[in-house]
Write a protein that binds this ligand. Structure first.
Ligand SMILES: [Zn+2]
Length: 279
């Protein structure tokens, strides 16, 4: 499942490839699950619209659309605004390809672009979702972890009675921080995943604030080199290039102190930590 850094990388890759394109027509498959908005609404928002920008919000990829068509222009003459929102779910992919490229099984949407290329949404397991928002109103739950300032970060967590690991994964607090990046951030901040958030000092939360951003930024920087591979081909491999210090290293020696890394389960998710470096 793509996490925030992968979604950021994919959004940046798409922005380079499709910004400025006009969607000439749209084909949607018959499967209902991938469509979170009615097919007619998705078609109305996308067809004849110009892709003004592509960016990430949480784990969503958001296409800002401008519609300058006569029938839909607003009273002041400016192009109406809408957004196409893609959540990749477990196995969703967006491909930019030539029309001659073979249409893969599990293709649920094809956007024909003004350059002659196509943007396709492929998703074998169908946990991905396509929706539209009018008037650029889409808002993902939670606060953007790369933008949140230290006081807001502390305010989000210091009242929580749950383990800090669960609070980090709570998408209503921070949007888009997944299991791997939560474990890696807690290791860097020296905080055990099971610690109740309310018991963590301001100073430690300050360290966690820095660590979350550091881990996500490093992963984004690493992901940047494989943008083209990801958008075009099918490998999720090659993405988690961040050197994990604790995640998936149960029983291996801590890279700092050589203590064996422990694995515990918190709210049904594996959590990895160093019993010596993390308090
Ligand atoms: Zn250690």
């Amino acid at each position: 499942m793509p996490e925030l850094p992968e979604v950021e990388t994919i959004a940046r890759g798409l922005a380079k490839r499709v910004t400025g394109e006009v969607v000439e027509s749209l084909w949607l498959g018959r499967k209902k699950e991938p469509l979170k908005s009615p097919a007619s609404e998705i078609a109305a928002a996308l067809e004849h619209s110009r892709i003004a920008a592509v960016h990430r919000m949480g784990k969503h990829i958001v296409f800002d659309l401008e519609t300058n068509g006569v029938s839909r222009s607003s009273a002041n003459g400016a192009g109406a605004q809408a957004q196409w929102i893609v959540h990749l779910g477990m196995t969703g992919r967006l491909q930019v390809c030539e029309p001659a490229a073979e249409i893969e099984k599990h293709t649920h949407a094809i956007l024909r672009l003004s350059s002659g290329r196509e943007l396709r949404f492929v998703d074998p397991r169908r946990f991905g979702r396509l929706s539209v928002a009018q008037a650029a109103r889409f808002d993902a739950d939670g606060v953007e972890p790369l933008d949140v300032d230290i006081e807001s970060f502390i305010a989000l967590f210091h009242v929580r009675k749950t383990p800090i690991k669960s609070a980090l994964l709570n998408q209503k607090l921070l949007r888009g921080v997944g299991n791997i990046y939560a474990d890696e951030s807690l290791f860097r901040a020296g905080i055990r995943p099971r610690r109740r958030a309310t018991t963590i000092t301001r100073e430690q939360l300050g360290r966690l604030h820095v660590a979350v951003k550091e881990v996500l930024r490093e992963a984004i920087a690493l992901g940047g080199s494989s943008i083209s591979d990801y958008v075009d081909a099918d490998g999720e491999e090659g993405f988690f290039q961040l050197q994990h210090r604790v995640y998936g290293r149960e029983g291996e020696a801590c890279l700092v102190c050589k203590t064996a890394i422990k694995r515990i389960v918190i709210s049904g998710r594996s959590s990895h930590y160093c019993p010596s470096c993390q308090k």
